[in-house]
Design a binder for this molecule. Structure first.
Ligand code: NCD
Ligand code: ZN
Length: 343
């Protein structure tokens, strides 16, 4: 197959930041996707519907003129979130979910949750108003090995949340382990997962073997090969529980190429081309449209898009970097070849 036409996809997990970075990265996302779930982990975080709407206006202003891209907003879950704000969010046509970060798990998660049971009353309200909970699924215990943090979270926390709130819609964001995939498979149809391009393309050798590669460092960290294989199997299975969420997370090159580099891979410039490499390797191009264009919309109870886009088999080289004022963002697979190109 040399060409693939599919309904325009959506990105169900995206970081766009603000200011000059926003301006650069939103154009990349808007070229490929109709909509994206926008993560609220700014500094300071997006805590209220009003802040989410204000952020949405800034995103719309940063878009290229002709774009009809629709940012789908989220709130950041803290102990201070109120039932009233959850209800307001559920009523807003622009707020679609609430994001749970365990405190200290990842970039800008300092205001996150340290006692999960403490927010159970809030989860109960979310369950009642049917507002999805998006979870960064890693324990934050500093004694827990970084490669085991997701698996531990599934066992110690996720199972309890699902059991206590059987009607809460939950997205286990950016799953990276076979354990998380198996958990999602065994749960009800209220529980789904997003999968990133880096986690289907790479195993942990890509970070650490033959030299340390900071642009492959993200959280949850990329795991062993057998986990990658489980993720590829899930993404290409046609099971609607698994859908596209890039977790494209731009950081300036200087903050990643650093003695203490930031977590996050920048993939929005060519997200579809990155995923499709993995689908082609798995001989599953026919499963790409469901994963990229249908299952996420269905889970979020939003209409599927109707216009189409086309990808063509064509080799091109990913730029070394993208400019942001006088600085740069280094993309995932910088200077490497990709085999497909969106027309
Ligand atoms: C994200 C970021 O930079 O905001 N980083 C990452 O490695 N994925 C935060 C997150 O989604 O964990
Ligand atoms: Zn993220």
């Amino acid at each position: 197959m040399n060409k693939l036409t599919l309904v325009r996809p959506d990105d169900w997990h995206l970081h766009v930041r603000h200011g000059a970075i926003l301006k650069t990265v939103i154009a990349h996302t808007a070229r490929q996707f109709a909509r994206a779930i926008i993560m609220p982990n700014l500094n300071p975080p997006i805590l209220t519907v009003e802040q989410a709407l204000d952020y949405r206006t800034k995103i719309l202003k940063a878009l290229p003129l002709e774009s009809s891209f629709n940012p789908l907003m989220t709130l950041y879950l803290t102990d201070a979130l109120t039932p009233e704000e959850i209800k307001k969010a559920a009523e807003s046509e622009h707020v679609h979910a609430i994001k749970l970060y365990p405190a200290g798990a990842t970039t800008n998660s300092e205001s996150g949750i340290s006692d999960l049971k403490g927010i159970y009353p809030l989860l109960e309200v979310m369950e009642q108003v049917d507002l999805p909970l998006l979870i960064h699924g890693e324990v934050t215990d500093q004694n827990c090995d970084i490669f085991d943090r997701e698996k531990e979270f599934v066992a110690s926390s996720l199972t309890g949340i699902i059991k206590n709130f059987p009607n809460l819609r939950v997205v286990v964001e950016h799953v990276t382990t076979k354990e998380a995939v198996d958990f999602v498979l065994s749960a009800s149809d209220k529980v789904a997962a997003t999968i990133t391009p880096q986690h289907v393309l790479f195993n942990r050798n890509a970070i650490l073997a033959g030299g340390i590669r900071p642009h492959h460092y993200c959280l949850p960290i990329i795991k062993r090969e057998h986990h990658r294989l489980a993720l590829v199997k899930a993404a290409t299975s046609g099971n609607p529980k698994f859908f596209l969420g890039t977790d494209s997370a731009p950081h300036l090159t200087a903050t990643k190429e650093n003695s203490c580099g930031c977590a996050g891979c920048y993939s929005a410039y060519g997200a579809l081309e990155l995923y499709i490499e993995a689908f082609e390797q798995a001989n599953a191009l026919d499963k790409f449209e469901g994963f990229a264009s249908f299952f996420g919309a269905d889970f979020y109870q939003l209409p599927r898009n109707t216009e189409t886009i086309t990808l063509q088999k064509q080799t091109w080289t990913v730029p070394a970097s993208y400019r942001v004022n006088n600085e740069t963002i280094t993309p995932l697979k910088a200077n490497e070849e990709l085999n497909w190109k969106m027309l």
